[in-house]
Design a protein around this ligand. Structure first.
Ligand code: COA
Length: 260
């Protein structure tokens, strides 16, 4: 896949998507958001992609936010459309993706950049990462799901403080908050994250996809997550992966899942 602002590389069933506008600290302009949507759409059915790692190009930034130069003169209606389209095509799209998506936060993750990392299923970070939602310093609020996902991940009080102060937190504070799961050196971030992806791929990708849906049901209006779990649990019994997984356990061998 060839893109203007993304690098997409697949190796051993792990696809790395790198946001590649290092001179602009990988800020998300319209074109980049469109390309992210295109890449994720294409990879949904790609047999060679089981796990996606999302990261930023260069040593400084994961993504320093939405591209401020593009929306500085937007009207109320244009602002609303920007958030709606972005949430549908990129942020919700990733959050509900059928394959695991891990954000490897390698530097600044600000505004839309932190929202992108939060849309991923979980996050790793390098020691130099700085995370924040600085939108109120620009006279606006987070519009790509930040007001919803940040409190879900770190609790309401901490999210209120981060959004009200517009201050960045460092990687270790993000670890304490549970905003990222692991902190590594910058050099080790990608290999460490790949190792987690490899552990994931030892398991049934069919079951993992179903687990993502069930977990996400906890955060959907009008959906009873426990009922969703019961249905999804039942359906798992009809999959080839379930037959293989349980047979392998009983036969004391490693499972070889067919629907990888
Ligand atoms: N949108 C557009 N351009 C951005 C950007 C953004 N969100 N973040 C960084 N850039 C651009 C800068 O304008 C600069 O471009 P230039 O070289 O053409 O002038 C380039 O990226 C490098 O950024 P710079 O500010 O020079 O780097 P720095 O190390 O001094 O500061 C930050 C780094 C992240 C603190 C600073 O860039 C920043 O505050 N960015 C905006 C963060 C933000 O508010 N994001 C939320 C948007 S809703």
């Amino acid at each position: 896949m060839k893109f203007e602002n993304l690098l997409v590389e697949t190796q051993n069933y792990i696809t790395q998507i790198t946001i590649n506008r290092p001179k602009k600290l990988n800020a998300l302009n319209r074109e980049t958001l469109h390309e992210i949507h295109q890449a994720f759409t294409a990879l949904k059915t790609d047999q060679n992609t089981k796990v996606i790692i999302l990261t930023g190009s260069g040593e400084k930034a994961f993504v320093a936010g939405a591209d401020i130069s593009e929306f500085a003169d937007y009207s109320v209606e244009e602002g609303k459309n920007l958030a709606a389209k972005g949430q549908e095509e990129v942020f919700d799209f990733i959050a509900n993706y059928n394959k695991p998506v891990i954000a490897a936060v390698n530097g600044f993750a600000l505004g839309g950049g932190l929202e992108l990392a939060m849309a991923a299923h979980f996050r790793t970070a390098s020691e130099n990462a700085k995370l924040g939602l600085p939108e109120t310093s620009l006279g606006v609020i987070p519009g790509y799901g930040g007001t919803q996902r940040l409190p879900q991940l770190i609790g309401k009080g901490r999210a209120m403080e981060m959004i009200m102060t517009a201050k960045m937190i460092n990687a270790n504070q993000a670890l304490t908050y549970g905003l990222v799961n692991h902190v590594t050196t910058p050099e080790e971030l990608l290999s460490f994250t790949q190792k987690i992806a490899e552990k994931i791929m030892n398991n049934s990708m069919v079951a993992i996809s179903t687990a993502i849906e069930a977990i996400n049901a906890n955060y959907q209006d009008g959906v009873n997550g426990f009922n969703k779990e019961i249905d999804a649990f039942g359906k798992s019994f009809g999959t080839e992966d379930f037959k293989e997984g349980t047979s392998a356990f009983l036969e004391k061998r490693k499972a070889a899942f067919p629907n990888k």
